[in-house]
Write a protein that binds this ligand. Structure first.
Ligand code: GCO
Length: 427
């Protein structure tokens, strides 16, 4: 199976998950809370901030030709209106190191984390945020744009809406259990409602002390329809700045997309879910140069909604079904409505068994190849992730990486899957 010479085969990371000590960000502040939702703080992460050159060389040695990483807004603008030139030169060094090693840098401008000050000003529910994001984009593009060809404005622009839908489903489940007579504060899900409510009140008080607001509207907080419009406006404002300051750059956003499969009776629910996570964004991305497709598994739906993973199915550490075929299905479905370039900006599995990772990659890439053979404009594949890293609230327990990291020494140990992925380059 061969891919064109100009087909990008690379790995992806996100600043907060790999760099370490992102101390001006909203996530860092939340991780330090007494009533934190995080299993552990990100801390030094994998020290990628200092070890990026070694990590880029590992990709080059394996034969990868592209690297997707994010520039951290909280480093560039740690205080509102104060921009840090030293941090820009850090990311310029990362970009130049990529190019010196024959690796195409793909920059993401926002990958879930925001400067803490933005959240204190209303975050991703404030009408001011698109303006702040455009100003940050301009600062970055005026300095780094000449070195770049691809920029993702926002990672998983639909994440907040997806989180809101999950939160709503969960609330309905809890209410149903309470109405079923389990009103003693302890329900069969092993949760103590009274303690949960007490925690929420204490956490709101703590957030007020830390952020000056009791409701922190982070990028991955449950998004209202108005907040979703703000995210879209931020994308379009950044796209306009990129086109003005660096017109040679191809830009777009990425979306978290599931291979939604309807069982008999589930067709309506499945169509509604797909409309909410994808079709809804078509007007916002119609003028983009590409769409970043991010897929990990499938979702089965019947008339009641999404179903648990099928009995006996192989699971990943994230409790996702091991289902690499999902990627081809999603690419084909997306291409029905989005006629622009498609780039797989994230696909991968959390597993301690690297043989399952290579099997996953082989199956996913054969699906991508089939799409290309049928004329779909797929231009690249980025495996998530280069390094075992900080999986947000789950901490370091999830191992997605092509490279293992001993965080006590920060020693890197490439897994066989890294060379396996690289072997597809230019084949
Ligand atoms: C996401 C983010 C990544 C995750 C990855 C594994 O899609 O949620 O882009 O930061 O770590 O997807 O869950």
């Amino acid at each position: 199976m061969t891919f064109a010479q100009d087909f990008f085969i690379g790995a992806a990371t996100a600043a907060h998950q790999v760099e370490g000590n992102n101390i001006h960000s909203d996530y860092w502040a939340q991780e330090q809370m007494i009533h934190t939702d995080f299993l552990e703080p990100s801390g030094d992460a994998t020290d990628h901030y200092n070890r990026y050159a070694e990590d880029i060389r590992l990709m080059a040695k394996a034969g990868l030709n592209a690297y997707r990483f994010s520039v951290e807004w909280a480093r560039i603008e740690p205080e509102e209106g104060h921009f840090d030139e030293a941090e820009i030169s850090h990311y310029m060094d990362v970009i130049r190191t990529c190019k010196e090693n024959g690796i195409e840098p793909f920059v993401t401008l926002l990958h879930f984390t925001s400067p803490k000050w933005l959240i204190s000003k209303g975050g991703w529910e404030s009408d001011e945020t698109p303006g702040y994001f455009a100003r940050y984009t301009r600062f970055v593009m005026e300095r780094l744009g000449k070195e770049l060809r691809y920029v993702c404005t926002i990672n998983e622009a639909n994440m907040g809406v997806q989180v809101a839908a999950i939160a709503e489903r969960y609330k309905k489940q809890m209410m149903a259990k309470m109405q079923a007579g389990q009103t003693d504060g302890t329900v069969q899900m092993g949760l103590n409602l009274e303690k949960m409510m007490a925690n929420q009140e204490a956490a709101a008080k703590e957030r007020m002390e830390i952020f000056g607001v009791s409701k922190t509207e982070c990028f991955t907080s449950p998004r209202t329809p108005h907040g979703d419009e703000i995210v879209i406006k931020a994308h379009q404002a950044a796209r306009a700045v990129i086109r003005e300051t660096a017109p040679h750059i191809r830009t777009g956003l990425t979306l978290s997309l599931h291979d939604i499969q309807a069982l008999p009776g589930g067709e309506e629910k499945a169509a509604k879910e797909w409309a909410e996570e994808f079709t809804h964004y078509l007007p916002a991305i119609a003028d983009d140069d590409f769409l970043g497709v991010q897929n990990y598994t499938r979702t089965l739906m019947d008339a009641s909604g999404s179903l648990p993973v099928p009995e006996g199915a192989e699971l990943t550490q994230m409790d996702y079904e091991f289902y690499p075929e999902a990627l081809e299905h999603v690419l084909r479905k997306v291409s029905k409505d989005f006629k622009g370039t498609l780039i797989v900006t994230e696909n991968g599995i959390a597993s301690s068994d690297d043989t399952r990772r290579t099997a996953f990659i082989e199956s996913a890439l054969s699906g991508v190849h089939a799409c290309i053979s049928d004329g779909l404009p797929v231009k690249g594949y980025f495996y998530w992730s280069l390094l075992d890293n900080f999986e947000w609230q789950k901490g370091y327990s999830m191992t997605f990486g092509l490279v293992a990291v001993d965080r006590s020494s920060q020693k890197r140990s490439p897994k066989p899957s890294l060379d396996f992925l690289g072997s597809y380059c230019g084949r």
